[in-house]
Design a protein around this ligand. Structure first.
Ligand SMILES: C[S@@+](CC[C@H](N)C(=O)[O-])C[C@H]1O[C@@H](n2cnc3c(N)ncnc32)[C@H](O)[C@@H]1O
Length: 311
């Protein structure tokens, strides 16, 4: 896919109806020869819309006006480029716990959670957040994660978690304001609810930070699995990670995780983690597929705001 097509697709399938500012911006970048030429000097993995927009926001640039965005990015390209080369998108969305919860709650309890590509580890606390599935409330306190659930009954209880650990190439630290600042910059501009959710989830996680290990999801996973306690259901899970993992490492990861002890939950783009025949998705927006032990169960929206069960 060309860089222009990537930005056009992001506008049409990811940002459309979810972030009007990013939809407008991404569409403008897809036809901006100057910006496309600058992006063309970067490795393909660094040309992601979310990464460029997050870096410009981090540097204090405008994302509400495509012309102002163009001027800022061109004028400040050395700084923008340095940040892009140094960083990766590490959006950590606690809201994704709402789509994991129906599967986690149905497994034999208690659970030992191991998240691959954990970022700051916010998705390792599904037992601590509140949930609202339509009229159905679960748990208390903040944040309350809202999810439109279709095709299944909401879970009746939160899971019991006795161990939690994360593995990431670059773990972020919720107690470091610079890391939280990067997580904030990655949240789409109009999403004040997600910003509030980030603050609330950071408060929960800061009170008892998880074990986060720096490492690769193929090379370092078996050693972390070996640290999980006996007497709990080990759940290795990942959400919105594999698009960052090039082949053949992605296949190596799937082969590895399939043979590990415990259960495996994936919440990934079906173009990245393939599942054979799937039902028609609920709409044109980008959907992930939630799968347990390789068996697809539901379509899910990117930030955990909706899920459609079909399994
Ligand atoms: C988009 S973030 C998603 C974070 C979290 N799973 C969530 O859903 O909120 C993807 C994370 O995967 C990590 N990652 C990418 N490739 C990896 C690899 N080969 N091994 C371990 N972590 C990786 C990145 O550093 C990043 O923190």
């Amino acid at each position: 896919m060309t860089i222009a097509a990537r930005y056009a697709e992001f506008a049409a399938r990811e940002a459309y109806g979810v972030s009007p500012q990013y939809a407008r911006l991404s569409s403008a970048v897809s036809g901006d020869e100057t910006l496309l030429a600058l992006l063309g000097t970067l490795p393909p993995a660094k040309t992601q819309p979310n990464l460029l927009f997050g870096v410009v926001r981090l540097l204090g640039g405008p994302v509400d006006d495509p012309d102002a965005f163009h001027d800022f990015t061109v004028t400040n390209w050395p700084a923008v480029e340095a940040e892009i080369r140094d960083r990766a998108t590490q959006t950590n969305e606690a809201g994704r716990c709402a789509v994991l919860l129906p599967v986690l709650a149905a497994l034999p309890q208690p659970l030992a959670l191991l998240e691959v590509g954990a970022s700051a580890g916010l998705c390792l606390y599904p037992d601590r957040y509140g949930y609202r599935y339509g009229d159905h409330l679960l748990g208390g306190g903040e944040p309350v994660l809202e999810c439109t659930l279709t095709g299944a009954a909401p879970p009746s209880a939160r899971p019991e978690v006795v161990w939690r650990a994360g593995l990431d190439l670059n773990p972020l630290d919720v107690t470091d304001p610079a890391d939280v600042g990067w997580l904030d910059a990655l949240i789409w501009p109009e999403h004040t609810h997600r910003r509030a959710r980030l603050r609330a989830a950071v408060a929960v996680v800061s009170a008892e930070p998880p074990l986060l290990v720096r490492g690769d999801l193929v090379d370092d996973l078996p050693a972390l699995v070996a640290r999980a306690p006996a007497g709990a259901t080990l759940v290795v899970f990942h959400t919105s990670v594999l698009y960052q993992v090039p082949e053949p490492r992605r296949t190596a990861f799937v082969e590895l995780v399939r043979d590990l002890p415990g259960r495996w939950i994936a919440n990934e783009d079906p173009g990245v983690l393939r599942h054979g025949t799937l039902p028609t998705p609920p709409g044109p927006a980008l959907h992930n597929v939630l799968a347990l032990d390789g068996r697809p169960l539901a379509w899910t929206r990117g930030h955990g705001q909706a899920m459609t069960w079909f399994g």
